[in-house]
Design a protein around this ligand. Structure first.
Ligand code: NAD
Ligand code: WQD
Length: 340
């Protein structure tokens, strides 16, 4: 069987967009997902865009035996891109053990199996949440890791340490840790996008659902921060730009071009936008008036964070290309498709 890339969490939001980019750049993909936060219909969307339906295995990454059987079945998995994780910050505060078990056991199982089967490379989904509120902006990869604000954030910090320690201890695989800023938007085809279950916790799905009339009103969490308009600032990156970075990071390792066995990259645009700027831009590009009100701060929110993406720009030769206007329009096209 031809060598393949195993994409865990590949029917999820970022995973599905990455599978598209992988297939379009010639990689053969196997998806493993337990469908806890996604739907098998995503495979049809991927097939429509790329002309190829990836192999799909419904399994849980915390199930060592099932994952061992999967590695054995496919024989030649040359790399793993590991997206599978639980990601709701608020839920992680209520159910910390679920988050530690799911996110950490999945990773440990994969690393053990990568060693057992001689898998060459890992790409890991980390998050700008590891920086907390940075002392210096834009934040680069050398900034200190701040105490985690949630069990979810802590799983990302611990995961980074687990990967680092395993490589220090002589594991044969290479790893690329990617720290995402705020991924938003959808594939321009509107065949795949974000499918939040229940009430969205993140800004953009709440904005698009409000614009579509599914939610009455968007709450803007705070306008008394120390920022130009008082609302929080983030670095919003188009999910397709983000997906492309995974292919570049993967190919760099597989082509033997990485400088170290472990490399860490920020994936962001380098531009910070406030919540109110997002609301204004969304209204301007879509022509849809958004019902919103200012409410109190959301506990745990960071005031402002945006990336210094220079390392990824220079070392990977990757840059986020999409404008925020196009990105918000893609999110809106996707929302209109799924709510029609
Ligand atoms: P998502 O929930 O859409 O995708 C994750 C997928 O993993 C889902 O399809 C889910 O069913 C699957 N999954 C979860 N646990 C599993 C398990 N034990 N076994 C098999 N499958 C499992 O999330 P996403 O937004 O695509 O995020 C992907 C990764 O990126 C996650 O690791 C997340 O923590 C990280 N990340 C996301 C963001 C963001 O804002 N979306 C930001 C930074 C980092
Ligand atoms: C963005 C801004 C909110 C909803 C989270 C995780 C982070 C990472 C990405 C995984 C903030 C404001 C939001 C709303 C609002 N995930 N907001 N009204 O909090 O930056 O990051 O997702 O790693 O770890 O914490 O993203 O989209 O929730 O919020 O005003 O209804 O929008 O206060 O300023 P966040 P978000």
């Amino acid at each position: 069987m031809a060598a393949s890339i195993l994409v865990t969490g590949g029917t999820g939001y970022i995973g599905s967009h990455t599978v598209v980019e992988l297939q379009q750049s010639g990689h053969r993909v196997i998806i493993v997902d337990n469908l806890s936060n996604s739907n098998k219909s995503v495979l049809g969307g991927i097939a429509k865009i790329t002309g190829t339906r990836p192999d799909f295995e419904q399994a849980d990454c915390t199930d060592f035996k099932a994952m061992d059987a999967l590695f054995a079945k496919y024989g030649d998995i040359k790399a793993v891109i590991h997206f599978a994780a639980s990601k709701a910050v608020g839920e992680s505060v209520e159910k910390p053990l679920l988050y530690y078990r799911n996110n950490l056991t999945s990773l440990i199982n994969l690393l053990e199996l990568m060693s057992k089967y001689g898998t060459e490379a890992l790409v890991f989904s980390s998050s700008c949440t590891v920086y907390g509120q940075p002392d210096v902006l834009p934040v680069n990869e050398d900034a200190p890791i701040k105490p985690a604000l949630s069990p979810y954030g802590n799983t990302k910090q611990i995961s980074e340490e687990i990967i680092t320690d395993s490589i220090k201890a002589g594991a044969r695989y290479k790893a690329s840790i990617l720290r995402y800023f705020n991924p938003i938007g959808a594939h321009p085809s509107a065949e795949i996008g974000e499918l939040p279950l229940g009430v969205p916790q993140n800004l953009i799905p709440y904005v698009t659902q409000t614009a579509a009339g599914l939610r009455e009103m968007l709450s803007v969490f705070g306008n008394d921060y120390n920022t130009p308009d008082g609302s929080c600032i983030r670095d919003y990156i188009h999910v397709v730009d983000l997906a492309k970075a995974h292919v570049v990071a993967l190919d760099r390792m597989l082509d033997g071009k990485s400088a170290d066995k472990l490399e860490i990259f920020n994936l962001g645009t380098g531009k910070g936008l406030s919540v109110l700027e997002i609301v204004e831009t969304f209204q301007r590009v879509t022509g849809v008036k958004l019902n919103y009100r200012i409410v109190g701060r959301r506990p745990g929110d960071i005031e402002q964070v945006w990336a210094d993406p220079e390392k990824a720009n220079k070392v990977l030769g990757w840059t986020a290309r999409e404008t925020v206007e196009e990105t918000l329009l893609s999110a809106w096209r996707w929302q209109q498709k799924i709510s029609s």
